[in-house]
Design a binder for this molecule. Structure first.
Ligand code: ARG
Length: 647
């Protein structure tokens, strides 16, 4: 890790006696070199403009392209009275003193552009990357209760994500929740938050009675152990089909009764038949089965628990392929009756809820029309999805004392979560506190998520199909393919990267088309392209064969070509990109950066060859590429990808 001491001496060598630091501004010069430049520029601009440095500092913005500078100051952001912004910009250009860190600024209308001195940037950034390694860019202070006080303790975060339903297909909504939630947990963890990864399984309700009944008829112990998720789904499909047929039969008889009644003919016989059909139906059996589960009947609960446990074992294996491990497999079944009863009492006492035809509802339309009326208790007294979420939220506060909780759920459930948060708010006290700390991270749909083997139903199938396709793409280059030691494994990882990168390539809220051909291509901004960029940097390092000491001892002044300088400028942005990602909460913030950076790299390889270079130049370039590899690696990791060394 870089330290304040190493930073001080690096700055001294450049001719600066202190680490620039603006009073009352929270900056992290050791973690983020951009902070050094921002503070330095703000300090120099204070006497010129008369604006306080702490106002200037946050006004300094990034540029979209390197040709526009490293930082740009929109003068109106300083809110200075009197002079015109264009005039102030010119004054800044004239009066800006000679600096060891920045070149003379350029005024352009109401903007002032700042370019860092390349030599200073290279000497500050590259050694820091080499020292910090897989921590470079991450800032563990951001998640502290007080970011400026390293002893203030970490804030606690729950990220609830994926949350599939047992015995039901793992659909696109779960896939996106898994990818986005995994990413969010990673960024907060790397920002120093204490993160709990939670999976809230759909594992309760009458449909689990249906499953229990189905298993009595179609269940197979061997198959259950071998592939619990697939088998339970099969059982569920079979028993649901029966229940559907029975439902139709019941409707027919009901219609017949109506007809007879119309004709004033006797219906007793038909009514007996109807009663028998209803009583013997899977639905009724399932209701009784679920009732046994609710009442804690050992056999029913035992079976259900086995379904749940075996499914979790399988889920764990699949999530591991995506580099995800949960701290808590909670679920709808785990919400205690006490929590729901306590919540019901408060809702009634505070007149948040009311009775309506034997059921209990919360009329939220009074507060916001689109929130409508929410049912929190059915006529028969049973709880609902929403009721369980209310109880669960409160239990999580008591168990984890979280400062923030994120629900990563598809935008189809916007209303559900808005109702949940509003009800918690209305309940007041601790519940309202929970509501304040909650955030719904939503996302759009995946269109046409079918693979070559039909519409995919389980995560494993999706990943396997994309892996197969990737293997095919790899085979099309026979020479390269021959060099890959473990093609199956590489194809698998590349396939996973393809799926994940495609998912993260747009803003979360946008829908996207599941396009197998595009996502597995090495051309364009795809997962395989990023992996290729990483493998290429690894190969450069292997061929250069430089030791860590040689890299760290490189002569930075030799990296003076425009291509080299631009790569360094791009690498220097990574800590800011990371910090900004915490604000946008969008994986595309990281991806866009990584693609820009890798494009820049690929256009430098010709000019900045390592193998063809010798001596000190070789070392310096080797160090530059090693730093680029590290940043790419860190970015890929935070996205949840597994960077490959060869492919
Ligand atoms: N199991 C739910 C579904 O598949 C998602 C759960 C979302 N989380 C929550 N706390 N409601 O639709």
């Amino acid at each position: 890790m870089a330290t304040p001491e190493s930073l001080s001496s690096a700055l001294q060598a450049l001719g600066l006696s202190n680490i620039p630091q603006v009073p009352e501004a929270t900056t992290f010069p050791v973690y983020n070199q951009f902070d050094i430049y921002r503070s330095h520029i703000a300090e120099l601009l204070e006497p010129i403009t008369g604006a306080p440095a702490k106002i200037i500092l946050p006004a300094l913005q990034w540029t979209a392209v390197l040709d526009h500078g490293d930082l740009v100051l929109p003068v109106p952001a300083l809110r200075l009275k009197g002079k015109k912004p264009d005039q102030i910009a010119l004054e800044i250009q004239e009066k800006f003193p000679e600096s060891p860190l920045v070149q003379p600024p350029q005024a352009e209308k109401a903007f002032v552009r700042f370019f860092f001195k390349p030599d200073s940037l290279t000497r500050l950034v590259l050694p820091s990357i080499l020292k910090s390694k897989d921590k470079y860019g991450f800032n563990p202070n951001l998640g502290l209760k007080d970011p400026s006080d390293s002893k203030s303790g970490k804030k606690k975060m729950i990220v609830e994500f994926s949350s599939p339903n047992i015995a039901k297909p793992f659909h696109a909504g779960h896939l996106r929740s898994t990818i986005i939630g995994g990413f969010l947990a990673n960024i907060y963890e790397n920002a120093g938050w204490d993160v709990t990864r939670m999976n809230y399984l759909g594992d309760w309700g009458k449909q689990y009675g249906v499953l229990g009944v189905g298993f009595e008829r179609f269940g197979d112990e061997e198959k259950l152990k071998e592939s619990p998720i697939g088998h339970l789904y099969d059982v569920y499909v079979k028993v649901s089909a029966i229940s559907r047929d029975q439902g139709e039969k019941i409707k027919e008889v009901q219609a017949e009764i109506k007809e007879l009644q119309g004709k004033n003919e006797p219906v007793t016989e038909k009514e007996t038949e109807l009663g028998r059909l209803q009583n013997e139906s899977v639905d009724e059996e399932a209701r009784r089965y679920f009732k046994r589960m609710v009442d804690g009947d050992e056999a029913a609960v035992g079976t259900w628990k086995r379904f749940r446990d075996l499914s979790i074992v399988k889920y764990k294996q699949t999530y591991a392929r995506l580099n995800i491990a949960y701290d808590d497999y909670s679920g709808e079944s785990q919400v205690l009756d006490e929590s729901m009863d306590a919540a019901a009492r408060i809702m009634a006492e505070k007149k948040v809820s009311e009775e309506s035809e034997g059921a209990i509802v919360v009329d939220l339309a009074k507060y916001q029309k689109k929130l409508g009326k929410a049912l929190v208790r059915k006529k028969d007294g049973t709880s609902l999805y929403l009721t369980r979420d209310i109880g669960a939220a409160r239990e999580r506060l008591d168990k984890y004392h979280f400062d923030k909780m994120i629900y990563v759920v598809a935008s189809q459930q916007d209303l559900h979560l808005a109702q949940l948060f509003k009800i918690l708010e209305l309940m007041g006290g601790e519940y309202a506190e929970v509501s304040k700390r909650c955030q719904h991270i939503n996302f759009g749909m995946v269109l046409g998520m079918s693979t070559r083997k039909g519409t995919a139903k389980f995560l494993d199938d999706i990943l396997r199909d994309v892996g197969d396709k990737m293997h095919e793409v790899m085979r099309s280059n026979a020479d390269k393919y021959a060099q890959v030691e473990n093609p199956d494994q590489v194809a698998d990882i590349l396939g996973i990267s393809a799926v994940m990168v495609q998912d993260m390539s747009g803003k979360r809220i946008n829908n996207y088309e599941f396009d197998l051909n595009r996502m597995t291509s090495f051309e364009g901004d795809t997962g395989p392209y990023l992996q290729y960029a990483h493998a290429r940097l690894c190969s450069i390092a292997r061929r250069a064969g430089l030791t860590a000491e040689e890299l760290e001892g490189a002569d930075w002044s030799l990296l003076n070509e425009k291509h080299a300088v631009d790569v360094v400028r791009s690498l220097a942005q990574w800590p800011d990109v990371f910090a900004n990602t915490l604000k946008t909460q969008e994986p595309v913030t990281v991806l866009t950066y990584l693609f820009k950076m890798t494009h820049l790299l690929s256009s430098s390889y010709e000019q900045l060859s390592v193998v063809r270079a010798e001596g000190e130049v070789k070392k310096a370039r080797g160090a530059l590429y090693e730093c680029a590899r590290q940043v790419l690696h860190n970015g890929m990791r935070v996205l949840g990808l597994s960077p490959v060394d060869r492919m």
